[in-house]
Design a binder for this molecule. Structure first.
Ligand SMILES: [Zn+2]
Length: 368
């Protein structure tokens, strides 16, 4: 039976989906995801894992897990993959807010050009952030954004720093700086610390969409249902986080802790796309050894800059054909059939060179 549903988001078209409800939220069968994106669904012999593959894509996931590897980059889903009667299901929230902007960034509506990058060095002044053998986090973050600023300017970007010296800037004021600059994006740089000796590597945060639990919470709480301005850029936030995270992880070779979501004050009230990068653990000896070297910090800055540039190119709709996203993303009027959608994808295929995939992801992938 085919049921026509709207995925209640302007970011994805109407289509033939067979929704199911588990634990009070809507899911779609992985088979439908495979059909929609023209991917091949395969289950592992023990039935615990699945893969969705095509010549360009390799998605690997597990039942009851929020971890989804997309072409070797770790994405932490909003909700665990559901498994029932031999079938895998993806939450519609993850389909719309995570998978769609990553697989088809060129479909993001009105992404706008990226002229200015607002770089935010975390902490400052009396707010030192984490402290390690080589000094406070606030010094590391300022060093990275200075390096990134120079690289971006060399590439023709306008750059604005939320602080250029060791001073305290309130979190709301940092977002306000970006909000005043049209066609800007916001990148906040931080470093992690943990008491756990196991914690190391890079993680990148974007704002949690409405109703999605923040951080590692299992369930959404009351405050997760309070809308905030930054959620108007949910698809851009996911795409920007993916581009930067993939680039940084690949550049640095640090453990990949994944793309996550939070409601950090500095990204909550942004009117422009924004992310927060945690570039390693100052509490971990191996991470710290790398971060102590200026060569390595330059590499980290380069990774961030490359990610920003990948994002800009992936969303460059001017390079897309006249079959604009408007036609496909409209939610009024008769919904296009899946077949139409597929044929349009084929027409557009030669123009997908600006897709994130070609720019940020490695092409050799592990098989399931
Ligand atoms: Zn910090």
């Amino acid at each position: 039976m085919l049921v026509l549903i709207s995925l209640s988001c302007p970011g994805i078209v109407w289509a033939d989906w067979r929704p199911a409800w588990f634990e009070g939220r809507r899911y779609v069968p992985m088979e439908d995801v495979a059909n929609f994106y023209d991917l091949r669904l395969k289950l592992s012999p023990n039935g615990r894992e699945f893969s969705l593959t095509s010549p360009r894509w390799n998605l690997l996931g597990r039942r009851d897990s929020k971890e989804l590897m997309i072409n070797g980059v770790k994405i932490i889903l909003c909700f665990p993959v559901h498994f029932q009667n031999g079938n895998f299901f993806l939450s519609s929230m993850d389909l719309v807010k995570i998978v769609e902007p990553i697989l088809r960034p060129q479909r993001i509506k009105n992404p706008g050009p990226v002229n200015t990058v607002v770089l935010d060095a975390g902490h400052g002044g009396y707010d030192t952030g984490a402290v390690c053998l080589y000094g406070p986090e606030k010094n590391f973050t300022l060093d990275i954004v200075r390096r990134a600023a120079q690289l971006l300017e060399q590439q023709g970007y306008q750059v604005r720093l939320t602080r250029t010296t060791d001073k305290f800037v309130p979190l709301g004021q940092r977002a306000a700086i970006a909000n005043q600059i049209p066609n800007s994006i916001f990148v906040s740089v931080h470093f992690n610390q943990s008491r756990s000796t196991m914690a190391r590597g890079v993680e990148t945060y974007c704002l949690a969409p409405l109703g999605v639990p923040s951080m590692d919470e299992a369930l959404a709480t009351h405050r997760d249902f309070k809308p905030c301005l930054g959620q108007e850029q949910d698809p851009q936030n996911t795409a920007l986080a993916t581009a930067i995270h993939a680039s940084v992880v690949r550049t640095l070779g640090l453990p990949d802790r994944g793309i996550k979501r939070a409601r950090y004050a500095v990204i909550r009230e942004l009117r422009v796309p924004g992310v927060l990068v945690e570039g390693g653990f100052l509490s971990d000896a191996a991470d710290l050894q790398k971060l102590a070297s200026s060569y390595y910090r330059e590499q980290l800055a380069k990774g961030i800059v490359q990610g920003i540039d990948n994002y800009r190119r992936a969303l460059d709709t001017k390079r897309q054909p006249s079959l604009s996203t408007k036609t496909l993303l409209t939610t009024s009027g008769p919904p296009p059939s899946l077949q139409n959608e597929r044929s349009l994808m084929k027409i557009m295929a030669p123009h997908l060179s600006s897709d994130l995939i070609g720019l940020i992801f490695p092409s050799s992938l592990p098989a399931l």
